[in-house]
Design a protein around this ligand. Structure first.
Ligand SMILES: Nc1ncnc2c1ncn2[C@@H]1O[C@H](COP(=O)(O)OP(=O)(O)O)[C@@H](O)[C@H]1O
Ligand SMILES: [Mg+2]
Length: 222
């Protein structure tokens, strides 16, 4: 999918959060969105997912105006703060994934995906008993169930340790190599271990900068 953001501005009430952002995310891109807490990263994601309605500027999804777009299963989304997740009753991983299954494709998919994420053995475990890293992987599987073209991950490694983060980023690389478009949000400045193609930097003063990997590595070397 192509995501074409044209002169997008967004405000909550009178508080402008995004000011005139333009960027095209092409199929197969791996975009890292970075910026300090409160810089508007999650707000941008909610614009891309139609949660925040776009009134200033335009977003085209595969050349269609987002306000008319309907193919939302093309997106897989892991929201921020999934780490605080707790279910009131003892649901197993399998049950959670079954409830999230909305197409025929996803029915057969979840065992394969659990295996791919190296967590097949926890399929019958209570989700409230999982470690942060395991739960994170379950949420990725959930986001991947309907075989999305774009995977959006909002601060996915915030609650897992460094080793699990590295493993996690490797999995993201594999998904990207399989052709998934990746949009990864992070509030740290470290791009270490990330095989991104582009970085969107969101500053607190509302300026935004887009750089390619080549541009960033060129700067690092000088
Ligand atoms: N639903 C909302 N209503 C009003 N203000 C909000 C809402 N969501 C976020 N904000 C504010 O918008 C700014 C950007 O938030 P957010 O997009 O969550 O930033 P980030 O994800 O970069 O930390 C913050 O100042 C936040 O308090
Ligand atoms: Mg956020």
């Amino acid at each position: 999918m192509q995501i074409d953001i044209r002169n997008l501005s967004f405000a909550y009430g009178h508080k402008t959060i995004i000011n005139g952002l333009s960027h095209t995310i092409n199929s197969g891109d791996y975009l890292v969105v970075q910026g300090k807490n409160g810089s508007g990263k999650s707000t941008l994601i909610k614009c891309l997912l139609g949660v925040n309605s776009v009134k200033n500027g335009m977003i085209f999804l595969d050349k269609q105006d987002i306000n008319a777009f309907k193919h939302w299963t093309k997106f897989g989304y892991v929201s921020q703060n999934s780490d605080g997740f707790n279910y009131e009753f003892p649901l197993t991983v399998q049950e959670l994934l079954r409830f999230s299954t909305i197409t025929k494709k996803s029915e057969s998919n979840y065992l394969k995906l659990l295996d791919q994420m190296s967590i097949l053995e926890i399929v019958n475990e209570n989700i409230n008993s999982l470690s942060g890293g395991q739960l994170q992987r379950v949420f990725i599987v959930k986001a991947m169930l309907n075989d999305p073209e774009v995977l959006i991950l909002d601060e996915p490694t915030a609650s897992i340790d460094k080793q699990n983060s590295i493993f996690f980023y490797k999995t993201v690389d594999e998904l990207n190599k399989l052709g998934k478009t990746i949009i990864l949000i992070t509030h740290t400045d470290s791009l270490e271990n990330l095989n991104y193609t582009h970085v969107l930097d969101m500053a607190i003063d509302l300026t935004t900068t887009i750089s390619t990997k080549e541009e960033i590595e060129g700067v690092d070397k000088s």
